[in-house]
Design a protein around this ligand. Sequence first.
Ligand SMILES: [Zn+2]
Length: 390
Amino acid sequence: MPTTVITNIGSLVTNDPSLGAGPLGLVADAAVVMEDGRIAWVGPAGRAPAADETFDAGGRAVLPGFVDSHSHLVFGGDRTQEFNARMSGTPYTAGGIRTTVAATRAASDEELDANVARYVAEARRQGTTTIETKSGYGLTPEDEARSLRIAGRHTSETTYLGAHIVPPEYTDDPAGYVDLVTGPMLDACAPHARWVDVFCEKGAFDGDQARAILTAGARRGLVPRVHANQLGPGPGVQLAVELGAASADHCTHLTDADVDALASGTGTVATLLPGAEFSTRATYPDARRLIDAGAVVALSTDCNPGSSFTSSMPFCIAVAVRDMRMTPDEAVAAATLGGARALRRDDVGHLTPGARADLMLLDAPSHVHLAYRPGVPLVSRVWQGGIQVA
Ligand SMILES: [Zn+2]
């Protein structure tokens, strides 16, 4: 396979401190060589080996593709009216999910597939080269398995979220629904999922229910991740750490004990989803508190039609820097390497030789511009597995 060199890179983020300066492993006047879909060489442009094809970055910045470790892309319909009402003063509750469940059940496979394809492509144009996505709008064994099959056509990072909410037909029998989620629905979904997730929140699933669901999934080989402490304090974060979850997601309302648990080095990443607070006019999670305590932080979009309808990682970076007290370097690391750690992937999120050749060119001299120039479409080219895809 031909080799390609991207040369004349003004500023290269490698996320590998052994390759360059600081935690981001920054290299000035850099080049990257790609071969067979992998990074083959990284270093100063003047020392780059010859390659079959050359791309001139024109002094602009290159960084690893974003790893968006939390999204909900398999859905029908939209919730424009709910958003409009909320922005006109109606508070957000988890109940709006039921609207999307009804629309998803009513949608054809083709409609759902086209929807996922559309949002994955939209994310890719904005630099996302790895994306996780969840079921959770079907809530029957058939509809959840269908959602995961469709998701699996677009990403290998698929998450079983039968425990998103208790569907209307089980309102009077939540225990019966947990039996379904841990029984026949799990049987139908486990072959199509890598992860198991639960919305552990008042109005959704409590700590005991979440524990039962995550342990049942783990017995089937699915690794836990948890929607935790989004709308208020609760047991989600502690449960995630205790069960060895890859990630506790949202982490908006944390006690000191929650922060300590996330910083205890057990491998549970704190994934922050500022699009949700932005779109619900809620208080942002305090990233500074987590980082200063020593927790590993990821940034993700939570792209979903109800509470965070953005696929834009650059948007999340800008908000995290402006409102969550992250530095631009920390936010870029959280959106790339942090996401990779939340998905327990060592082949993405950095540009060490051997890693997947997933990277993007910014129409800017530095990664800092992602926060410095909010709302501006700076991602000008994207390579995925060494192939230019946007
Ligand atoms: Zn979510």
